[in-house]
Structure formats: C-alpha cells, structure tokens
Design a protein around this ligand. Sequence first.
Ligand code: COA
Ligand code: AMP
Length: 631
Amino acid sequence: MKYLEFYQKSLDNPEVFWKEQAEHIQWYKKPQTILSKDKNEYPLWYADGELNACYLALDKHIEDGYGEQIAIIYDSPVTQTVKKYTYHEVKSEVAKLAGGLLSLGIKKGETAVIYMPMIPQAAFAMLACARIGVTHSVVFGGFAPHELAIRIDDCKPKIILTASSGIEVDRLIAYKPLVDEAIDLASHKPKKVVVFNRKLGARVPFKKYDVDYDALVYGSEEADCISVESTHPLYVLYTSGTTGKPKGIVRDTGGYATALKFSMQNIYGAQPGEVFWAASDVGWVVGHSYIVYGPLINRNTTVLFEGKPIKTPDASTFWRVIAEHQVKVMFTAPTAIRAIKKEDPNGEFIKQYDLSCLRTQFLAGERCDVATLEWYNQHIPVPAIDHWWQTESGWPMIANMMGVEFLPIKPGSAGKAVTGYHIQILGENGQELNANEEGYVAIKLPLPPGTMLDLWNDSERFHSGYLQKFPGYYFSGDGGFKDDEGYIFITGRVDDVINVAGHRLSTAEMEEIVASHPAVAECAVIGVNDDLRGQIPLAMVVVKTGNEIEHFQLEYEIVHLIRDQIGAVACLRNVMVVQRLPKTRSGKILRKLLRSIVDKIDFQIPSTIDDENIIDEIQEVMNAYSLSKQR
Ligand code: COA
Ligand code: AMP
C-alpha cells in the first residue's frame, strides 16, 4: 500500500488500523477493547489486553527457534571490546537478574532507577524490570547527583541499579560515588543499590545498601515473565520541561510494543534478523525505543555502542562499526554527523570502509540542517532521512516511512506525518493555518498507540502542558509549517526548552541554578546557535549592586555550578555580564529578543519593551564578549 492510502486509513478508522497492528505482537490476553478513554477523556489503547514486553523482546524469539541469533552486539571502542550475545544468552542473564531483583523484595507496581553507562547490563536491567512488572526509570549517566536525586524523589525507586563507572573518551567517571551522593541528597531512600563492577579501577565505595550485580545474577533462579495489563507503566523517563522540575513521561506496555513493532518495519524498514544501530544512549528515549525494545521486539540484532562519533578513537568509528557488524539501518543525531564532518571534511575515513551493507541512515533529535544532509549524501549514497519525534511520543511522528513508500526527500523537512498522527499547524487561537504558514505543531486526538500515558505523579501538569492550549489536540511545544505537498518543516521549540547536541535541556532549570549564585541579581539563560551542537546555552547575568566579583571568576563559578547541579552535558560555558535585561513593561524578560541579538538575526523591537536603550547596551557587551571564541 502507498503512503497516502495507508495514512488515510489510519486516520479514518484508527481502531481498525491499530487492531490489525496489534495482531503482529503476541498477547497473553488479546485486547477486545481497542480504543477507550481514561477518566480524563485521554485515549487508552488496548485497555483489557495483557502481555509482557520482555517476553516479546526475548522469550518469543527463542520459542520461535531464533535463540542462537545475535540479539546484542556490544561495541565499546573506549574499552576496546566487542562482545556478542545471543537471544538465549540475553534471556538467561535477564531472567536471572529478574529473579535476583525479586529476591530483594521488589515487585510489580514498584519502581527501579537505572543509572548506568552504555553497557549491556543497562539493557539487561531494563528488560529484567519489564519481566517482573517493575517500572524502570533510566537516568542518563551524564546527569549530576542533584538531577538523579530529583528523579529518585519523584519516582521513589525501591532499588537502584548502577555500575562502577562510565568512560568519557579517555576519562573514567566513577558512578557509585555519584549514586551515593544522590541518595544522600534525596528524601526518598531506596532499599538496595545493585552495583555492576566493571573492574576498570574506579573507586566503588561500599554502603550497607549495596548488592553486587554478579553475585545477584549468578546466585539467582531464572524468573518467568509475568502478564501485565496493556496500560501497565513499562517505564518513566524524565525529560526537560519549561520549569526547573523535569517531567516523568509514563509509557504504557501494550500500545508501546505495538507501535515499536510497527515502526521498526514501516518507518525504519528493518526486517527481523537484520542489524540495526541507534547510536544514542539508553538514558534517552531513542535508547529505550530503538536500542532496546524496538529492535529486540522486531528480532533485530541491536548494536549497543559505548563511544562517541569522534575521539573514540577518531572520526572513523561510525564507519568501522557499520562495516564490521553489517549494519543495515542506522540512526544518529545530526550533531554527530557535524562532529565527524568537522574532523574529516573530505570523508577520507569513509573511503576506508565498505559501507555497502547500509541501506538507510535516519537522523533525529534536532533539526537536520541542509549542509549536514548534503555532506552526508555527498559521501554516502544511501537515503539520509530526517524524522521528528519526542520523548513524549516514544516513536516517530513525522518521517519518510521507508517500509511503506520512499517519498522524495525535501532538505530541511522531517517528511510527512506518520500513520496515526493527524498533525496540524495551528495559529494562536487554535485555527488551522494555511500551507506554508508557520504556527504551533499540534496533533489531533486520539494520538496513536505508544505515546505518553501521563506524567508520573502529575496528571495536572500533563493536562495543562499538553492538552489545554488547544482543546482536542496534543500540543508538541514545537513550531513549524506544512508545505502544500504535506511536508512538515519543524522550526524549533516555542518554549524555553533547548536542544544541545541532541540533548534536551531546560533553560528555566539553568536559570534557577544561575540565580542561586550569591552575586547574581537576576539572569536569563537562552539557547543560541552553535555550529557543532545546534544550540548551546548562554547565561546573561546582572550582578548585585556593590558586588565586586571579577567577570572571569563569576563565569568560572557559574559554569561549575551548572556542571555540579545538572552535569557537564548541559555545556553552559558562556556567562555574559550585562547592566540590565530587556523586559516588557509588565516585567517579563524578552528572551526571544536576546536570542535574536546574540544570533544576529533581524528583529523587530517589541512594542511592549520597557526601555529600548537596553538593546544597544546588550549589543555592546556582546561585541566585547566575543562569544564565538568561547564556544
Ligand atoms: N557521563 C558523563 N559525562 C558525560 C556523559 C556521560 N554519559 N555524556 C557527556 N558527558 C560530558 C562530556 O564528557 C563533556 O564534558 P566536558 O565538558 O568536561 O568535556 C560534556 O558532557 C559534553 O558532552 P558532549 O556533548 O558529548 O561533548 P563532546 O565534546 O564529548 O562530544 C559530540 C560532542 C557532538 C560528539 C557529542 O555531543 C555527540 O556525540 N552528540 C550526539 C549525541 C546524540 O547522539 N544524541 C542523540 C540523542 S537522540
Ligand atoms: P527529545 O524529547 O529529547 O527527543 O526532544 C524532542 C525535541 O527535539 C522535539 O520537541 C524537537 O524540538 C527536537 N527534535 C527532535 N527531532 C527533531 C527533528 N528531526 N527536527 C527538528 N527538531 C527535532
């Protein structure tokens, strides 16, 4: 079936469409009710179905006779390791870990936090939780203890699973002291911390709550998969919002498993048995959907890569992994390609590898700029597909559906709406805009299966943040336009969320931290354009009257404050001292104006500005500061 017909079918009769798709996964109890509503009138999929995501990812394939197929290839240039695990091996490890977790007293309905680097044990931990109905919350290893503590207090894990260390290029990062510090900071205290010791020499301080991962796995009986309701929360994944408090996106089990299976074949065009590689991290949604659950449910071989596109050891790494493991479909962020392009502009490394195995390159996490797309195509003759989605959706919302029909690529566009997503561009008053008019990207309810169920412990924020702005629609937080052929162009966030090297961060959260510095009277943190990372944060601060702190000292202290509280991944390296911040007459900081000034984009002076002279002042400081040298 061609794309348009398929898409129309999904909108005309979603229940029939998604009933058919649910047939492609195995249920313990097949759903009879396909689409219903929760108490807040929000759509629920397959409410009376029962299944288990770990069963679908592992046991099912073994029962079908594929136990000896490679499930996971762990490729770690930072430890110079390549290790392959069959479906049998993964299942055995996961089932024992699940048994071990049960023996520690955790059970269905409770939560576990996973704070691990990109090692197979992170995937094992996720699957072990899913096996026994424990809701997991993976926290990206680049987040500092303060961030981990916020998540611990919100989702109240009974157990934390961690590892002794991560490796950042050539630097060992001891994780255990970070976990201990987070537990000290948090009000909620988990009962046990399961520690996988990588034996790489990191300091692993011992605490009473510690349990050794290896001893737990090897001393435990295999646990069976339990049957959970389709709406059972498989995981909570925190993402940045417009306040200092991250949002815990709750994912269901049945809708998600159906959507992932569907997307692996219809969007990514990946057939069971093929090698699929998403070069992301299990701490992000890409890792959940397309390193762990998606490829495994689709019986692919998934590559779990512990390294960076450059520096581990150089810009050839991606091409080596593709050629060595015969990757068919790959997924990365445009920033990774930009990093490679910077190091190897003429693609000399690419020429050293036979990449004929590669069929499609997917790109997401941020807008893919045309120059990056062109560079890729100049050097690698496979379609490079930009596609758009969010932690909230869990799977792509705009894409070129490679398993359905390959549509011509329009550089700068993420493609067309994916089946099930009735995407509209709305104006301020909720009216649908004409082709090529820029507005808010919203999706008419019901959203298809697999998208967020709720916000953990905060249904009110879920409704006010996503459903209230345009009644009857899900509001994505992004702006964009649709051209007259239905191609959608995402122009960026319309809120205070920024995207740094494909990592989603909140400037509001950074502002809270910057404002806590004793010398700061007020501040604004904005995302400004950056050639490598897409965006980077810039703090503009007004120093308290009478405070004599030197600029370099203040910058140093604020940079470290952010590193300590959020983590180095925030990449806040620039602090500008200004006399005043531009505000409206009602006192609201004009952040968009600040962004335009710094990015040297033409702007109109807002009619609501309190004092126009501030613009010249900021421009003067900007020129003297020379931001470009600092990046
Ligand atoms: N644990 C600890 N620290 C981490 C970390 C982790 N898991 N991940 C990143 N950091 C640290 C880095 O060490 C670095 O610290 P530094 O400032 O002391 O050098 C900082 O956070 C910034 O990290 P990063 O953005 O990775 O910078 P980099 O210079 O090492 O690499 C890129 C630049 C572009 C190669 C890298 O950002 C990249 O690969 N981006 C793609 C990310 C991606 O795939 N995102 C997809 C999400 S879908
Ligand atoms: P995350 O929830 O971390 O996946 O971040 C989601 C946000 O990243 C979206 O709301 C967009 O702002 C941005 N994003 C992701 N993919 C794309 C894309 N292909 N084009 C433009 N922006 C994107």
